[in-house]
Design a protein around this ligand. Structure first.
Ligand code: FEO
Length: 172
């Protein structure tokens, strides 16, 4: 069983992952409405990945005989003034998620809970990839000045992204 402090922190993280999923679903529907199906596709995949992240944490809680407590999901924005604004918000949010995960690692280490520390390392690596992929898109958007034919071409490219489910197992 996890300590109460770790249980609370992971329950908070599950909520943060599900909120992220909701935010990215909102961005996906926004871009679908704006006639940008590639950006909509990219965010729909982000939405699915965030659900996987939440499931991975939930499966870990179950494996450790700890109680998952699903809290209300706060509301999210429903429109963005530009694709660049949405991706900048995404990067800002992912940095917050990274900090939350680092905080849980710190608790696990303080408590000498090496199993939880080990499980969290998957998320530590995942956050490097999450931030990097968003930064790459921001760089491309800045190069093309966030508009015109460049956005059209980037939309085509992001439309190629495929959803690859991660293992949501507590031990992989
Ligand atoms: Fe689950 Fe995008 O962090």
């Amino acid at each position: 069983m996890l300590s109460k402090k770790l249980e609370d922190a992971i329950n908070k993280q599950i909520n943060a992952e599900l909120w992220s999923a909701y935010l990215y679903l909102s961005m996906s529907t926004h871009f679908a409405h704006e006639g940008l199906p590639g950006f909509a596709n990219w965010y729909e995949i982000q939405y699915k990945e965030e659900q996987d992240h939440a499931m991975k944490f939930m499966n870990y809680m179950v494996a450790k005989d700890s109680k998952v407590l699903l809290k209300p999901i706060e509301k999210v924005d429903t429109s963005w003034e530009s694709v660049l604004a949405a991706f900048e918000e995404t990067l800002k949010h992912e940095k917050v998620v990274t900090a939350l995960i680092n905080d849980i690692v710190a608790i696990a280490r303080e408590e000498k809970d090496f199993a939880t520390d080990n499980m969290l390392q998957w998320f530590v690596k995942e956050q490097v990839e999450e931030e990097d992929s968003v930064q790459t898109i921001i760089d491309a958007l800045r190069l093309i000045d966030g508009k015109g034919y460049g956005v059209y071409m980037l939309d085509k490219e992001l439309g190629q992204r495929k959803y690859i489910p991660i293992s949501t197992s507590a031990t992989e």
